[in-house]
Design a protein around this ligand. Sequence first.
Ligand code: KG4
Length: 335
Amino acid sequence: MNILAFESTCDETAVAVVADGRRVLSDVIASQAEMHALYGGVVPELASRKHVEVIAALTEQALREAGCGRDDIDAVAVAYAPGLIGAVLVGLSFAKSVAFAWGKPLIPVHHIRAHIAANYLAFPELEPPFVALAISGGNTLIADVRDYTDLRILGATRDDAAGECFDKAARVLGLPYPGGKPMDELARQSQGGVYSLPRAHVDGAELDMSFSGLKTAVVNLAHRAEQSGQPLDRAALARDFTNAVSGELVPRAMRALALTGHKALCAAGGVAANSVIRANLEAACKEAGCKLYLPPLRLCGDNGAMIGAQGYYEFRAGCRAGMDLNAYATRALDA
Ligand code: KG4
């Protein structure tokens, strides 16, 4: 079964064709990062406008690269939530038009479920149940993936997402947007141990997280250094910050494994590309005797193939949307 899939929830327009939820026939992405870098972050209206400009050409390219025409496509999948509402609406409206004009079923896909499903593309043997650690620019959560379409949130951030926190910390360190990758490169130049940063815990919800205090601490450290003329060890701060984020994520993911009894952990989302977090997850899973799935870097960030992967399983579970499907800025992954 071939699914034509659309993703436009933030600053990547992405279109893919995926066979049977597992095989990528084409996967084209137009990133807007360079445009938003001028402003130090995503400008929502510009994001929507750029999606409008490129989505038709990307669709032609995805179909051409997959060697598919209208008759080879069995269904259309689209990310309908969560995301920047204007951006999501562009992909959603376009996907609806294709489904309507071609007479194909329309499958609504939750963006974070799709991030987790990117692992199905990378690891053919992977099947639920497992624990997923989804860490992206807009969301940070730990989920019990009981089955392909039966997911439960075990813990989530109470405020900022891990990626948002990386981007903000990078900004105060003078790094370009999006800041995750340059922070990663800077952090690798130091072992850290110079700056002490706060760790958060949420009373009565051991798997919930909080990153806003950490973000503020880095901002204050950088500002104080600037005002007092003290030199800032940027690499050490990047490393200590990364260690602090990892210290929030990795022990909680391991605790989720212990609580559920699952023997496999999958990472997902843009922040799952971080080299320190990857290494710490590897060490922790090895010690616990659990299998770890780390998607290749190209499948960590937003892409259309992951929408096609999750879309397949949603379709198999009987999920279809009508032409009245709307977009949502926020929506729980287990709603
Ligand atoms: O999953 P994604 O592409 O978009 C969302 O769905 O939000 O994640 C983007 C986030 C950005 O905040 C970016 O800075 C972060 O992922 N990121 C990283 C790394 N590469 C990307 N964060 C830490 N280390 C990285 N290597």
